[in-house]
Design a protein around this ligand. Structure first.
Ligand code: PGA
Length: 249
């Protein structure tokens, strides 16, 4: 595959610092840098430093935070700031993941604020979008995805899309074993690109697909030129499986 590909591992609530170090040691044994392949890891906050330290000598690997707060400090019990995540070794941050939107009530407005604050702190925002099953079945995929992009676009200058990475993750496909067909995914990616172009962004913005990606389906998904990579939860939690997946695709 000729275009550069980004493989992002979202560990979710797996791997404390000791497990993260063991994971990294195993993954380093199994893989070497490959041209045109970027590997990003999103460990839980407490494991960012351990993961970043363990992967420090690999220039193809970036570590990010799963969640930050938009304020830089203050009385926000349980939160961490972008600056703190960066100090621990993060250079990217997941924003608007469907679990944050649906389990923790994150709104489009908050997603936009988080994107602005991550950019200001020098972190790369990996902004997640996607429709729920009832939205898809009700024919509202396009409207939902456009609304989610426009909420961010209302707050960031058009040039910021050069830095932002987008992940299209249909909510019904996350952790369910049910994924969008490569054609369905590519169709929504085209919709997103069309909207970014309409907003004035000429450069190709990286758009990943996420939702039940595994070793068995990654190749067919990445055969679609619209996909610049994948964002993977379940199939990234084990280092052997993840090394295989990033090698297959
Ligand atoms: P999954 O999760 O690969 O387990 O479906 C994807 C994600 O939540 O980013």
């Amino acid at each position: 595959m000729s275009r550069p590909l980004l493989y992002a591992a979202n560990w979710k609530m797996h791997h404390g610092p000791a497990a993260a170090r063991a994971y990294a040691a195993r993954f380093l044994e199994l893989t070497s840098p490959a041209p045109g392949r970027d590997l990003w890891f999103f460990p839980p906050a407490v494991s960012i430093a351990a993961t970043a330290d363990a992967f420090a000598r690999r220039s193809d690997i970036r570590v990010g935070a799963q969640h930050t707060h938009w304020e830089s400090k203050g009385a926000f019990t349980g939160e961490i700031s972008n600056g703190m995540a960066a100090e621990a070794g993060a250079s990217a941050v997941l924003i608007g993941h469907s679990e944050r939107r649906h389990l923790f009530g994150e709104t489009d407005e908050q997603v936009a604020k988080l994107t602005v604050s991550a950019l200001a702190a020098g972190l790369i925002p990996l902004v997640c979008l996607g429709e729920t099953l009832s939205e898809r079945e009700g024919g509202r995929t396009e409207g939902v995805v456009l609304r989610q992009i426009e909420a961010v676009a209302a707050r960031v200058p058009v040039e910021a899309w050069r830095t932002i990475v987008i992940a299209y993750e249909p909510v019904w496909a996350i952790g369910t074993g049910r994924n969008a067909t490569p054609d369905d995914a590519a169709q929504v990616h085209r919709l997103i690109r069309g909207e970014l172009l309409r907003l004035g962004m000429q450069a190709r913005v990286r758009i990943l697909y996420g939702g039940s990606v595994n070793q068995g389906n990654v190749l067919a998904l990445l055969a679609q030129e619209e996909l610049d990579g994948v964002l993977v939860g379940g199939a990234s939690v084990d280092p052997d499986g993840w090394a295989e997946l990033v090698g297959v695709g």
